[in-house]
Design a protein around this ligand. Structure first.
Ligand SMILES: *Cc1c(COP(=O)(O)O)cnc(C)c1O
Length: 367
């Protein structure tokens, strides 16, 4: 039976690269040379060592990640990192600065406050999260344990186009929904985390890239010994993400997706494609006044394009008719409303062209 793939604009879990899905499908019954499915093998086997090692190697290659950073594959989603970050990196008596640019950074703050002292250095809530802070707008507190940024807000479609100047503070970033969508200099960060199901792979694994001295420093704090082992970065780093049984299939598929990313030319190549895709969509949004972008121009996300139509009825009609035309996942998040087109790395450019044509026709009929 042949299966037709439609255009999947969902924010996450989201579209995956077809070559990765095809390889996984082909090898699902028996990995070449192994004779067992990746779903059936021990996480301590040579075969799995090669899989997790290959995934890490591709990730290191893509961003030129130096040896003094750990690359970890953890369970619990980006949401668990909202807790693990402060549990490990925010010692008693200290505090952390959080920059709040949308719903995900709000959630990060909420969890961090359960653990320790939080200073909200900026919040864009008053204008419903349309932009990142301008230079000088953040009230950073010197001596903070770290500054937390959500570098792409998936729900509001708000993205930093460049890292803000935070002096010599340690940056911890939730990069979930634009990880590896553009070149990344990890040495500017103390830690980076990203749930895989947006732009890296399937749900079930979270990529954490963290500087070794931060892991060591965390392990020296008095509270660390009382942390459940699964919440200790040090335990996962020491065991190379194999302290317990990892989400093996998710890591395998992420490895295939990373291999695909390397094969098409890596992060600068994908950035060129992503710029072009987002550019086409925003150009259509800006062409007349019919569509209205949610985010301010200088903070527009290349991954999650959020926009409104003149009425909610038209928005509902748009989603319905788009779905009938083979485009799914365009309804905006319930907290923001409107439309959202998530156009991650694996989303085909052809699908953006199809959406733009559909938008033109929809406006012609209803504008
Ligand atoms: C989806 C998302 C999360 C939550 O990820 P889970 O893996 O579901 O926990 C956190 N931050 C951002 C920016 C996201 O897009």
């Amino acid at each position: 039976m042949s299966t037709t793939r439609i255009y999947n604009f969902a924010a996450g879990p989201a579209v995956l690269p077809e070559p990765a899905l095809e390889e996984a499908q082909r090898d699902l019954l028996a990995l070449p040379g192994v004779g067992m499915s990746v779903l059936e093998i021990s996480h301590r086997s040579k075969a799995f060592e090669a899989i997790i090692g290959g995934c890490e190697a591709a990730i290191r290659q893509l961003a030129g990640i130096p040896e003094h950073y750990h690359v970890l594959f953890l369970p619990g989603g980006a949401t668990l990192q909202f807790s693990m970050v402060p549990l490990n990196l925010l010692p008693a008596g200290s505090w952390a600065d959080y920059v709040v640019t949308g719903s995900w950074s709000e959630k990060a703050v909420k969890e961090a406050k359960k653990v320790g002292a939080v200073n909200v250095a900026f919040t864009g809530k008053a204008d419903n999260y349309v932009r990142v802070p301008k230079a000088g707008e953040m009230k950073l507190t010197p001596g903070a344990a770290y500054v937390h940024l959500t570098t792409n807000e998936t729900i509001h479609g708000v993205e930093y186009h460049a890292l803000p100047d935070v002096g010599d503070a340690v940056i911890v970033a939730d990069t979930s929904s634009h990880m590896f969508s553009r070149p990344l200099d990890v040495t500017r960060y103390g830690a980076i985390y990203a749930g895989a199901q947006k732009n890296l792979g399937p749900a079930g694994v979270t990529l954490v890239i963290i500087r070794d001295d931060l892991v060591k420093k965390a392990a020296e704090s008095r509270a660390y010994a009382t942390l459940p082992v699964m919440l200790q970065y040090g335990a996962h780093a020491a065991e190379k993400s194999l302290y317990n049984t990892p989400p093996a299939f998710a890591i395998y598929l992420m490895g295939l997706a990373m291999k695909w990313l390397v094969s098409i030319g890596g992060l600068s190549a994908i950035e060129t494609i992503n710029e072009r895709k987002a550019g086409k969509l925003y150009a259509e949004i800006d062409r007349t006044g019919f569509y209205r972008g949610h985010a301010a121009k200088e903070s527009r996300s290349r991954m999650n394009v959020t926009f409104r139509l003149p009425t909610e009825d038209l928005e509902a009609q748009f989603v319905k008719e788009a779905k009938a035309a083979g485009m799914d996942g365009l309804k905006g998040h319930r907290s923001v409303g409107g439309l959202r087109a998530s156009i991650y790395n694996a989303f085909p450019e052809k699908g953006v062209d199809v959406l733009v044509d559909f938008m033109k026709e929809f406006e012609r009929k209803n504008g």
